[in-house]
Design a protein around this ligand. Sequence first.
Ligand code: PLP
Length: 381
Amino acid sequence: MNILIPFAKPIIDDEEFDAVKAVLESGMLAEGKVSRELEKEYATFVGSKFATVTSNGTTALSTALDAMGVKPGDEVITSPFTFIASANSIAMVGAVPIFIDVDPDTYNMDPNLIEGAITEKTTAIMPVHIFGLPSDMNRIMEIAQKHDLQVIEDACQAHGAKVGNQIVGSIGHTAAFSFYATKNMMTGEGGMITTNDEEIMDRALMIKNHGRGKQGGYSHFQIGYNNRMMDIVSALGRVQLKRLPKVTEIRRKNAERYNKLFSEFDEVTPQAEPEGLQSSYHVYAPKIKSDKISRDDLIKEFRERDVGARTVYALPCHKQDTYINIQNWRWAKFVNYPDYSNISLPHSEEVGGSHFDIPVHPSLTDDQINIIENAVREILS
Ligand SMILES: Cc1ncc(COP(=O)(O)O)c(C=O)c1O
């Protein structure tokens, strides 16, 4: 079927073409000067002391965890209601994802459940700012400080989102961002680590680049990976970063319009945006609870009206075969994993079963938003 209004639409303009062309013409395609510029600009934007690019958001998370000293057998408390890369990055360093339930209104990790999940093996907490809404970072940082734990923000969906006046990525000990093709700031594939901790950044730089020292060359000091990002890609990122404040503003305006619309319908509840938190609205994801129409039929009805609606994470991480069958994972020989099949996290399952996502991206025209609004009225009235 031809979907008239796509769920996501990357903005690629003359500026992107020119920036990529300049890198191609320079003949220096791999990570170098342009990436250093993007890192400086991104750190300034976020308000963190240090930033480094990575090949994608997953490697940003795994590299940062590794650089923080999270090691095999450690437990990392995280949210199950997320893209599986959040949990997988924990498993990739040999650590154990410990899922706690989400708040049913914000869909983010419920901070009231953190202390009950802490054991002597816990070394870190990974809040995920889902759909662009920051987690309750003030509470999470307080708890982390009390128990001497580190915090890594999974900010892969939350470029420019705010907690008070702080932009996410500057609050936890580290943060990871994704520049995947559909993200608010995108480069196709790409990622970024931010931190205020110089030692963590130094370790991250080694880990992402085969354990090379700062001087480069062919002296290597530890096992590392190739998690670098190309300058061609960073060139796109620099243009996208300049555009990000405007993009966020438009997404927030579109979301406000939808919030107003859905206030007319008791059966629909938008994702809450608690006082003091500002979502980047990567995804606009209200929940539907109705005797008349199921979530999946609602999405079908939207799509029949050429609205690219969808849902994600119907199966939260603990319900995925990856974790049900974790004993097949190579680290399971050395690390004790919980039996994830016994875990019930009702709020994450409820959110996964009831949210529907409609286009909120900045390229939506007024006419398209009108089509979406009319579709909502037609389907729900
Ligand atoms: C919450 C979350 N974490 C991690 C990732 C992983 O990022 P990437 O796809 O760039 O590896 C994503 C990307 O979709 C994400 O949405």
